[in-house]
Design a protein around this ligand. Structure first.
Ligand code: PEP
Ligand code: MN
Length: 324
């Protein structure tokens, strides 16, 4: 005879409805942060009103204005940079990227062209009418880089370089702050707070992937960070699907996903001849890949209430001069 199994009653899990739980809405997402962190908010449902941030004359980033910064990992030569600038401008990027000071994992790898690279980058941007973003690694080089760039980038490896953050906080240029590969959201926001404390409130937060355990991708691109950051800060959030994945064929799908997650911009590596790139060739888009990415992004953006427009000025010289 079959034994009658007593009903276990409702599972404790079935009884817990996190959304209806009275404690859910009042519970902070993270431990409260000490007073004075004015960029940050703590309650889950509070969505700070995202602000439009002027990047330079004729170019903003914000809830309606999308930033597409593209170009090679590193400035390698005048020819390579000029063809990069021409191809990204023709495809529809509104900012040119390129590293002159490269934070390479190995001291034996190409370290960038330094000051010469900055000049090449600025001139290439000028020729195609695009402002430029480039990385600064050392507080002693901030003034030099600021003479050439419209936006100053802090690389992942330097997210907690406090003297660098403080120095950037004293500049009158926007700062593109990349998330450290092992940084929590709170550490990331605190790094932004170091910049703001010195007076510079023009900060773009960039999710670029965090360290995972699976070598299938270079990093784990944390797209949930986009809405989390937006729930805690009014700063624009952009995504770098190139470093975040490390593989060219993954860049377009993750760029689409980043736009759908609400990103205000993308930072994408593109190279005229990726097989010859001196750094990060495997993740660099080819010219035709990049054109396709722009076409697809342009179709998606209106659904998110955003547009991608070129800088509304004729001369980059004017753009960069007016940014100071
Ligand atoms: C870069 O964008 O050039 C770069 C070095 O990226 P990350 O700092 O994210 O590694
Ligand atoms: Mn790179």
């Amino acid at each position: 005879m079959a034994r009658k199994i007593p009903s276990p009653g409702p599972s404790p899990l079935a009884l817990f409805d996190p959304v209806r739980s009275p404690t859910y809405r009042s519970r902070p997402l993270f431990a409260p942060i000490p007073r004075g962190h004015d960029l940050l908010t703590f309650e889950i449902p509070q969505q700070p009103a995202a602000k439009t941030l002027p990047l330079c004359e004729g170019l903003n980033i914000g809830p309606e204005e999308f930033l597409l910064a593209a170009g090679p990992c590193a400035v390698e030569s005048k020819d390579q940079m000029q063809s990069s600038a021409e191809l990204v401008a023709a495809a529809g990027a509104n900012m040119l990227r390129g590293g002159a000071f490269k934070p390479r994992t190995s001291p034996d790898s190409f370290q960038g062209l330094g000051a010469e690279g900055l000049r090449i980058l600025r001139d290439s941007g000028h020729r195609v009418g695009l402002p430029v973003v480039t990385e600064v690694m050392d507080p002693r080089e901030v003034a030099l880089v600021a003479e050439h760039a419209a936006v100053l980038q802090v690389g992942s490896r330097n997210m907690q370089n406090i003297p660098l953050l403080r120095e950037l906080g004293r500049q009158n240029l926007p700062v593109l702050l990349k998330r450290g590969a092992a940084a929590t959201i709170e550490e990331f926001l605190n790094a932004a707070e170091y910049i703001r404390r010195e007076g510079n409130e023009r900060i773009l937060l960039c999710e670029r992937g965090i360290r995972g355990f699976d070598p299938s991708t270079r990093f784990v691109l944390d797209l949930a960070a986009v809405p989390v950051l937006k729930s805690r800060s009014e700063l624009p959030v952009i995504v770098d699907p190139s470093h975040g994945t490390g593989h060219r064929h993954l860049v377009l799908p993750m760029a689409r996903a980043a736009v759908a997650a609400g990103a205000d911009g993308l930072l994408v590596e593109v190279h005229p001849d990726p097989e010859r790139a001196r750094s990060d060739g495997p993740q660099a888009l080819r010219p035709e890949d990049f054109s396709r990415l722009v076409e697809e992004i342009r179709e998606l953006l209106p659904m998110l209430g955003k547009t991608l427009s070129p800088p509304r000025v004729n001369s980059t010289a004017k753009v960069q001069a007016s940014a100071r």
